[in-house]
Design a binder for this molecule. Structure first.
Ligand SMILES: [Zn+2]
Length: 318
């Protein structure tokens, strides 16, 4: 009873109380600079957000009834008529090298994206000082940040490093010729980004340390060369899961569900299980490119074959 009265006061009555007049403050309509730091051993890892985009829910998940998908989205308090896809890449500062894991949408994403560079600078970084950009796979939301619409290279002093199987697939003219019409723009975009620097792009193999402290881990399915990055400093380990899921609220809870954007849904499903199981067993901090900000945390088992992403909290950085 008392609670009911308190709610009434807190809503209807309080709203009716006259307030002293001030000039109206316009609604801001934007977030504060969105970056978030974690300490991994001696490294500092910074998540840099690039906004989000939404796609129609209908048809996005190939092997589950839409009502079940809506229920999972509702349980996570997310929009139930669309799939929400946030974008967050990661900067690893090893103390001697500045390494970027994927690059954001640049100036070619949805209107609700494009905050990446402002957030990167707000975090104290300078694009001229990036030593290497490691690319998880060749979808536009991961590579367009390296080259703007007008052709300008965004990280002029960085080595661009990509997985060999990803390069071999997308740069193959035969594969482009055979691809369905709907996929041809993705092939053309890969050429737009990489052709001007093709001879300088370094190709890495899975299972190898590609720069100090960072190893490329095979996680194909989303694309043929899709890569997870394992970061290690001392005993501390961190996994950048890249596009192991396109929405953690859905695919961490339901790793068997397959997204229309996974080129080989079954292989992607196997990679997802393997990496989620590893992260949960080893209690490693993880980040996902498409997770609610800060897009980093830990994986907790949640019943048979299901998991949860527990967001990272602020931690001492000194
Ligand atoms: Zn993506």
């Amino acid at each position: 009873m008392r609670l009911t009265r308190r709610i009434a006061i807190g809503t209807g009555l309080a709203a009716a109380l006259p307030l002293a007049g001030h000039a109206a403050q316009p609604l801001a309509g934007r977030q504060a600079p969105s970056f978030f730091r974690s300490k991994i051993g001696d490294f500092e890892v910074t998540a840099i957000n690039d906004g989000l985009a939404q796609r129609p829910l209908d048809g996005f998940i190939k092997n589950a009834p839409i009502e079940e998908v809506r229920k999972v989205l509702g349980d996570a308090f997310m929009a139930q008529d669309k799939i929400t896809i946030p974008f967050t890449s990661v900067v690893v500062n090893t103390g001697s090298k500045l390494i970027l894991l994927d690059s954001g949408n640049g100036d070619l994403g949805a209107p609700t994206t494009g905050s990446w560079m402002a957030n990167f600078r707000a975090a104290g970084f300078d694009p001229d000082k990036v030593d290497a950009v490691l690319i998880s796979h060749f979808h536009g939301d991961h590579i367009n940040g390296t080259r703007l619409k007008d052709g300008k290279a965004v990280f002029p002093n960085a080595e661009i490093m990509v997985s060999a199987p990803e390069w071999d697939f997308w740069m193959d003219d035969g594969k482009m010729a055979q691809a369905p019409e709907g996929m041809k723009p993705a092939f053309q975009n890969v050429r737009r980004v990489f052709a001007p620097m093709a001879k300088d792009v370094k190709r890495f193999d899975w299972g190898k340390e590609i720069v100090s402290g960072i190893t490329a881990v095979a996680a194909p399915g989303h694309t043929p060369g899709h890569t997870v990055f394992a970061v290690q400093s001392g005993n501390a380990r961190f996994l950048m899961m890249s596009d192991l899921t396109n929405n953690t609220a859905v695919f961490v809870r339901k790793p068997d569900w397959q997204a229309i954007v996974d080129m080989d849904g079954e292989v992607a499903r196997q990679s997802r299980h393997r990496m989620l199981d590893l992260a949960a067993s080893e209690k490693m901090q993880v980040a996902f490119y498409h997770a609610p900000f800060p897009a980093t945390g830990h994986i907790l088992r949640d019943g048979a074959g299901a998991y949860q992403l527990v967001p990272a909290l602020w931690q001492p950085l000194g």
